[in-house]
Write a protein that binds this ligand. Structure first.
Ligand SMILES: *Cc1c(COP(=O)(O)O)cnc(C)c1O
Length: 343
C-alpha cells in the first residue's frame, strides 16, 4: 500500500529552528490545504505541543478544524472573505478574522453583535489578490474605528501579503505597509499585531518579520523553488510506494497520476530506492515505472519524494523539474493515500 509518511518530530524541529531565527517575532503556523497535504489534525496537535500559539487558515471550515485540534488556547486566524453564516461560525469558535474588504467588514460587524469580533485589517501592498487598496485605506480604517467604538469589532491587527518575487517589489510593499499602519493609528486604532511576511521573505529579511510571521511551506520543510537550502530545516513528508512487479530492468510501483503524481515528471527526476537514486521512467494512471536496482524485489519500497534517505529528491526538486512550487507537489497527493505519522 502506498502511503505518505509524515514525521511530526521533523516538523517540530523545523518549527524550533524557524522560531529561533525570527525571535522575538512570533510564529503563525499555516495549515491551509489540510496542512499542505500532511494531515491537519495531527500536525496541529504536534506543533501546539511544541509551543505554537497562532494558527492560520484561509477558509473558516479549516479554521474550525484547527480549533478542534488545537483546543481553546491558541489564536486562530482565517482570512478568506466569506458569508455571514461562516463569519458567525468563526466568531462562535473564537477565530480571528482577516478582513480585506469594506463590505466584508460590515458583514463581520453585523454578525458579531456584541461579541467584539477580533479582526486583522488587510492592506493590498501590491499583490492585487486581496486587501483594501491604499487609496481606499483611510476610509476603511475610519469606518473600522467607528465600528470598534460601537463595540462590534476589536481591531487587533494590520497585515498584508507580499509577492516574494523581487527585493525591490517587497521593499515597495513594505513601505506601503508602514504607511497603512501609521494611518490606522492616526484613525485611533491600536492594532497589537502587524504581519506581512510568509516563509521566504521572513526567513531572508528581518525587517519584514514585525510581530508575527505566517510560515507555511518552511515549517513542513518545503524550501522555495530555486531557493537556498535552509539551515536546520528538512522535509517532513515522504511519499512511499511498494514495488508490485519486476520486469528485466524496470520496477513497477503502485502509484500513479490518479494518486496525484504529475505524469510530466517521467524522465525528469530520480526517486529513492533500496539501491539508491533511480530514474522515474514513466507515470501511468495507477502505476509508474522506475529503473530497477540490483537485488530489487516485489514489496520493496520506493520513495517518490522525501528528505533523501533513499536517494530521493525533495518535493521542491520535483517541482523545479516541472516549473512549479514544492507545496503543489504535496497538496496534489490524493487524500485517499493514507497519512502515517511517526516521530
Ligand atoms: C499560504 C499563505 C502563507 C504561507 O505561505 P508560505 O509561502 O507557504 O510560507 C502566508 N500568508 C498567506 C496570506 C497565505 O495565503
Amino acid at each position: 500500500m502506498s502511503r505518505l509518511e509524515v514525521d511530526l518530530g521533523r516538523i517540530r524541529a523545523n518549527v524550533e529552528a524557524l522560531r529561533a531565527r525570527i525571535a522575538p517575532a512570533e510564529y503563525l503556523f499555516v495549515v491551509k490545504d489540510d496542512a499542505y497535504g500532511h494531515g491537519l489534525e495531527r500536525v496541529v496537535a504536534a506543533v501546539r505541543d511544541a509551543g505554537i500559539s497562532w494558527f492560520g487558515a484561509v477558509d473558516v471550515p479549516t479554521a474550525l478544524r484547527a480549533r478542534t485540534a488545537a483546543g481553546p488556547q491558541p489564536r486562530i486566524l482565517a482570512w478568506s472573505t466569506t458569508t455571514a453564516a461562516r463569519v458567525a461560525e468563526a466568531i462562535a469558535a473564537d477565530v480571528d478574522l482577516g478582513v480585506g474588504d469594506a463590505d466584508h467588514l460590515e458583514t463581520v460587524a453585523a454578525v458579531s453583535g456584541d461579541r467584539r469580533a477580533r479582526v486583522h485589517l488587510k492592506i493590498d501592498t501590491g499583490l492585487h489578490r486581496s486587501g483594501v487598496r491604499p487609496e481606499d485605506w483611510n476610509r476603511f480604517v475610519a469606518r473600522a474605528a467607528e465600528l470598534e467604538a460601537s463595540g462590534a469589532v476589536d481591531v487587533v491587527g494590520v497585515w498584508s501579503h507580499i509577492a516574494e518575487t523581487s527585493d525591490a517589489d517587497d521593499d515597495a510593499s513594505h513601505a506601503v505597509f508602514g504607511e497603512a499602519v501609521a494611518a490606522a493609528r492616526a484613525a485611533g486604532l491600536r492594532p497589537d499585531v502587524q504581519h506581512l511576511a510568509a516563509s521566504a521573505a521572513a526567513y531572508a529579511r528581518p525587517e519584514f518579520r514585525h510581530d508575527l510571521v505566517r510560515f507555511g511551506a518552511f515549517g513542513y520543510g518545503i524550501r522555495s523553488a530555486d531557493g537556498p537550502d535552509l539551515h536546520g530545516i528538512a522535509p517532513a513528508a515522504t511519499l512511499l510506494a511498494p514495488v508490485v512487479r519486476l520486469d528485466d530492468d524496470v520496477a513497477t510501483i503502485a502509484l500513479g497520476a490518479l494518486d496525484g503524481l504529475p505524469s510530466i515528471l517521467a524522465g525528469r527526476v530520480a526517486v529513492g530506492t533500496p539501491g539508491g537514486a533511480r530514474m522515474l521512467r514513466s507515470v501511468g494512471p495507477v502505476e509508474s515505472a522506475v529503473d530497477a536496482w540490483p537485488g530489487a524485489s516485489v514489496g520493496d519500497e520506493v520513495a517518490v519524494f522525501g528528505p533523501g534517505a533513499l536517494g530521493e529528491s525533495s518535493a521542491t526538486a520535483l517541482a523545479e523539474a516541472i516549473d512549479t512550487v514544492g507545496e503543489e507537489i504535496l497538496v496534489r497527493v490524493s487524500p485517499l493515500i493514507p497519512r502515517e505519522f511517526v516521530g
